[in-house]
Design a protein around this ligand. Structure first.
Ligand code: ZN
Length: 77
């Protein structure tokens, strides 16, 4: 299994650019790396004052090519 990140985001953003669109970007920080995961859209269920906001959810695998987006085992050792 490859541990190299794919370039789907760059390819898709290039294609979307002609429609004035790009994939929403989030940057995540962990001990030794910076990630740019694919977001899964979530919505807040119970709305109103004091209700917690919707949590962020990210794909574990690239939704276009299936490459794992998780760090390889031992990467943060
Ligand atoms: Zn991909």
């Amino acid at each position: 299994m490859t541990t190299e990140p794919c370039n789907c985001r760059e390819r898709i953003d290039a294609g979307l650019a002609q429609h004035n669109t790009r994939v929403k970007s989030y940057f995540t920080l962990s001990a030794n790396s910076v990630g740019m995961p694919w977001p899964i859209e979530t919505v807040q269920v119970d709305k109103g004052r004091g209700k917690p906001k919707a949590s962020a959810l990210f794909a574990s695998f690239c939704p276009f090519c299936g490459v794992s987006l998780r760090k390889p085992e031992g990467a943060d050792a």
